[in-house]
Design a protein around this ligand. Sequence first.
Ligand code: ZN
Ligand code: ZN
Length: 234
Amino acid sequence: MSPKPAAATNLRPTPTVEDYLLNMFVMERDHGEIVAARLAELLGVAPATVTMTLKRMQRDNWITGKSGGSGIHLTASGRAAADSVIRRHMLTEWLLVKILKVPYAQIHAEAHNIEHALSPQIEERLNDILGSPQVCPHGNPFPGCESATQAWIPLDKIAPGEPVIIRRIHEFAENKQDLLDFLIANGVLPGAQVRVTEVLPFNQTLTLDVSGLPVTLGLQVARFIFVEELPEGL
Ligand SMILES: [Zn+2]
Ligand SMILES: [Zn+2]
């Protein structure tokens, strides 16, 4: 009796699979599981396409669980591949913004085109040149560096009046170009000091003071922006 042949896990995943892995990693990290319906939304593809890709990914041993709905998890090799593509994505974002001086609004989308092509050697070079960053330019943690962001609190949990510093625009928000453009245009960016001035739960909005200007966000969006609390009196 010969053992079941090992799945082809040494192969580098295709760019499509890498995009799935990247989103799956974030979902599993934040919610403990991967939901197919949510993936379709995030990737902007039809649910039937997701179902098909999940089947392939299961066959190739990137994921376990039912391919149809919930209960999907990354396998060890799926996690390693996700780690790798996320690292390449984040390093590329830094390369673009820091070295190539590409406008901040464009780095996430541009990085998505480039990340798949980086070799391990270039990845290592980049990491060295950039000084082994722990978070991407949007403040999201490199895999394994999650503790760097643990003290940051979602903006919708902040009481009015408290001065806070924006630290992080979550992966699922930097993903939405129109939202990102709005945040940039209004100065709601990592490093900015802001204050919540008003919360209207019935309206599902909160208003920020950003350098003297009011900026209103939906609570749904505020959940994806993380801040660091400052000592009072600043
Ligand atoms: Zn990004
Ligand atoms: Zn980023």
